[in-house]
Design a protein around this ligand. Structure first.
Ligand code: ZN
Length: 160
């Protein structure tokens, strides 16, 4: 990699770090939504992250989403990015994102040809977490909760 390429990479990492910080300090869609049709709890005992996800589904569409709870910056930012992204999204697409994000964070990612080909957009900000394996469960917690909520699974999601 030449010097210019390295610099661009660092700029991107800074941008992603800013995005994570922004979403953790000012979480979008924080709080309970009235009329939620699906909910699920997620717990990550390793870090102490605990959140509850609320979804309002109408037919095949996610019409509203929110979360509440407490956790580290990465878990809160991930839940904020998730809710921001899936509102007005077809349920099937939201589940495709679940697959893409969890596979990307739990495998080597770039070489995984079987993963759904999805433009992660802002979610690529979560990529930096791959450098810190202990934090991957923080980043995927909200996604597992969303998956559980859509499946109507009543038992809380635990990363353990
Ligand atoms: Zn955490």
């Amino acid at each position: 990699m030449n010097a210019a390429g390295m610099h661009a990479g660092e700029d991107l990492r800074d941008l992603y770090r800013e995005l994570i910080l922004d979403h953790s300090r000012n979480p979008r869609h924080f709080g309970r939504i009235e009329g939620a049709t699906h909910t699920a709890e997620g717990i990550n005992p390793l870090c102490g992250d605990k959140l509850k996800l609320y979804l309002q589904l109408d037919g095949e569409l996610v019409t509203d989403a929110s979360f509440e709870g407490s956790g580290c910056a990465i878990s809160v930012a991930s839940a904020s990015l998730l809710t921001d992204m899936i509102i007005d999204m077809p349920i099937g697409t939201a589940l495709d994102y679940f697959s893409a994000v969890t596979r990307r964070l739990t495998t080597s990612g770039d070489t995984d040809d079987d993963a759904p080909h999805i433009d992660l957009g802002k979610l690529a900000a979560l990529d930096g977490v791959r450098e810190f394996p202990a934090r991957i469960k923080c980043a995927t917690l909200a996604w597992h909760a969303m998956h559980s909520a859509i499946q109507h699974d009543p038992s809380p999601v635990s990363t353990e």
